[in-house]
Design a protein around this ligand. Structure first.
Ligand code: ZN
Length: 283
């Protein structure tokens, strides 16, 4: 007898592999790190390094954001527009100058012909009445032609004068704006020189102080400074972290109070190095 085949339940889903924690807080991460040791005087000096680094950051920011910047940028774009305008007007002036010269030549040419015809008429050499009549007609039509050409020339000259006046105005405006930009740029460069000089002093001083600090303390500070918006170490003043401005809760404060002076303490809130002094409010 055939044993009816039992329907087998589908295999259960394979269990999920253990998931790594999605997010580890600063606090969790820090408890895994061994507490760094550093002489309290070195910890105090770290605050000097921090101050110098912050000063250098501020100087760099000032150098890259000069107060003249927005005005200089506006001036640059308006000067570019004026230069384009001047170039267009110069082309107009050149074209109109050529056109005026041509119109003048045309007038002179017709006038020359009129003089020749008039001479022939005055010389009395033309005696045939038909020829005489044709010559007189031609003189009349040459006069009319001269009048038309002179009108055209006058019109061109009026346009040329307009274009020359506009060009002169644009050029004057451009000279004015160039001078303004030059003045502002000189002010900017002078300030930049001052900032660079101060920056050089700060860098030298920072190098001096940093050279006296233990490498591991400096490395931790630099890592934190990079992660935490330029501030890696802060003074604990009246129970408050100078980095995140938060007050330590009583539990954390009790822990910090018990830590030996050469323990490098970290803020439980922001993770920065907390330097303890008499003003820390731990007693
Ligand atoms: Zn903090």
């Amino acid at each position: 007898m055939d044993v009816p085949r039992l329907r087998r339940a589908p295999p259960p889903f394979p269990p999920h592999p253990p998931q790594p924690p999605q997010h580890r807080t600063d606090r969790e991460q820090r408890t895994e790190e061994p507490v760094l040791k550093a002489d309290p005087s070195a910890q105090l000096k770290l605050l000097d390094v921090q101050e110098l680094d912050s000063r250098l950051d501020a100087l760099r920011h000032q150098a890259s954001h000069p107060p003249e910047g927005p005005v200089l940028r506006d001036l640059e774009s308006s000067r570019a527009a004026l230069r384009d305008q001047a170039a267009d007007l110069q082309i107009q002036v050149d074209d109109l100058t050529r056109a005026q010269r041509k119109a003048d030549d045309d007038v002179e040419q017709v006038k020359g012909r009129k003089v020749r015809d008039q001479k022939r008429l005055d010389s009395g050499q033309v005696t045939n009445p038909k020829d005489l009549e044709r010559l007189q007609h031609e003189l009349v039509s040459l006069d009319r032609r001269i009048g038309e050409l002179e009108d055209t020339e006058l019109e061109i000259m009026a346009h040329l004068e307009d274009a020359q006046r506009d060009l002169a105005e644009v050029q004057a405006h451009l000279v004015e704006q160039d001078a303004k930009a030059q003045e502002l740029d000189a002010t900017r460069l002078e300030r930049l020189g001052g900032l660079r000089a101060e920056g050089g002093e700060v860098v030298a001083r920072r190098k001096e102080v940093a050279a006296t600090l233990p490498a591991d303390l400096l490395a931790l500070y630099e890592r934190l400074r990079e992660q935490k918006n330029g501030v890696g170490a802060a003074l604990l003043r009246q129970r408050r972290c100078g980095g995140c401005s938060l007050e330590l809760n009583s539990g954390d404060l009790a822990v910090v109070s018990k830590q030996p002076a050469d323990d490098v303490v970290r803020c439980e809130e922001c993770g920065r190095i907390l330097v303890r002094t008499e003003e820390s409010g731990l007693r």
